[in-house]
Design a protein around this ligand. Structure first.
Ligand SMILES: NC(=O)c1ccc[n+]([C@@H]2O[C@H](COP(=O)([O-])OP(=O)(O)OC[C@H]3O[C@@H](n4cnc5c(N)ncnc54)[C@H](OP(=O)(O)O)[C@@H]3O)[C@@H](O)[C@H]2O)c1
Length: 310
């Protein structure tokens, strides 16, 4: 039995609640994990609101929030390769376990061991934000010296992309509100403040011939504002807004497998991927953690620390 935080029905923050649940039983291809740290992502509140039915899996209520975690394997289901009881791991809770909880089940194919040199806190941010950054930049495949615009550079995925793009010797520009300028500029990003500047004019000054690639993390009107700044519309990659296809761009192609997690871990250890962690909340403070992200103006990554590793 362990404490969990989730929701009893779809809706706004008012449907959230703490409850006790028995430890989930790991099914085929799953591991039961004692959660050390859970990453907090915009997808969590979108699932709570019932806006992503394809990922809900028809699970019964109450459902536990959270898609990613780092922790320790307590038990293995059938057909689990490469993970043992006692291993420190990080990965996705794709089958509905929810990670804002003392224990959860992770999908073994989408979970990797935490290598030496990587903290559980950083590892917990890699399944969603870390591998998304890797996937978006791989999809663009830009050579050193190319120009890239990151729309929404100050959040979890944005700062991960900024760091990785700099390591690939890209010229990085990024948009965000005033509070994000310092974090972005520290990573070498040429920053456009969308709250005080004309985004199109300022970005055109940075890349008069157009950007070689754009990664959009905001969607909606903000995506439509920046999309024409790409030299070629096919180099506009959106991470959250599928309507990018209407603009000639592409949605990010995600790779959630263990190999990609291991790659993200190596890049994080090298110091070229992990986004800065700006807030660490205890599980009892999970409502505040998700409220920060739901507000839509997160800086870096927010995580929930549930317990120590081990
Ligand atoms: N497809 C996938 O597998 C996948 C994976 C990860 C994330 N996502 C999606 O990608 C999106 C970003 O994720 P995230 O984790 O980076 O979110 P996040 O941490 O909440 O960051 C979003 C950032 O966008 C900034 N922003 C908001 N409005 C803006 C605007 N008009 N112009 C420029 N910046 C603006 C926000 O702060 P400021 O306004 O203060 O600058 C914030 O820093 C979300 O929609 C998420 O669901 C998808």
């Amino acid at each position: 039995m362990g404490q969990a935080w989730g929701f009893g029905r779809h809706g706004g923050p008012e449907v959230q609640e703490f409850f006790d649940r028995p430890d989930p039983v790991p099914g085929r291809g799953e591991v039961l994990v004692r959660v050390a740290v859970a990453g907090v992502n915009p997808l969590d509140h979108l699932l709570r609101a019932g806006l992503v039915p394809g990922l809900d899996g028809g699970r019964p209520f109450p459902r536990v929030l959270g898609m990613e975690a780092a922790g320790t394997v307590l038990a293995r289901g059938e057909d689990v390769d490469g993970l043992d009881v006692g291993d420190a791991v990080f990965g996705f809770a794709l089958t509905g376990g929810g990670t804002y909880a003392e224990t959860t089940v992770l999908s073994a194919l989408h979970t990797a061991r935490i290598p030496a040199g990587l903290s559980a806190t950083v590892a917990a941010t890699l399944p969603v934000a870390g591998t998304t950054a890797v996937d978006a930049l791989d999809q663009l495949g830009l050579p050193p010296g190319a120009t890239i615009l990151v729309n929404g550079v100050g959040g979890g995925v944005g700062l991960a992309i900024a760091r990785l793009a700099a390591a690939r010797e890209l010229n990085v520009a990024g948009t965000g509100s005033t509070a994000k300028r310092a974090a972005a500029e520290t990573l070498g990003v040429r920053f456009v403040d969308y709250t005080t500047e004309d985004v199109v004019a300022a970005a055109r000054e940075l890349a008069p011939g157009g950007f070689d690639g754009i990664v959009d993390l905001v969607g909606g009107p903000a995506l439509r504002t920046v999309a024409p700044l790409a030299r070629d519309p096919r180099t506009v990659i959106a991470v959250g807004d599928q309507s990018v296809a209407e603009l000639g761009g592409r949605f990010v192609e995600r790779r959630l497998d263990r190999k990609n997690l291991e790659r993200a871990a190596r890049l994080a250890i090298e110091g070229v991927l992990a986004p800065p962690i700006t807030a660490v909340h205890p599980l009892s403070d999970a409502p505040a953690a998700l409220a920060t992200v739901e507000h839509g103006h997160t800086a870096g990554k927010v995580v929930i620390e549930v317990a120590g590793l081990g």
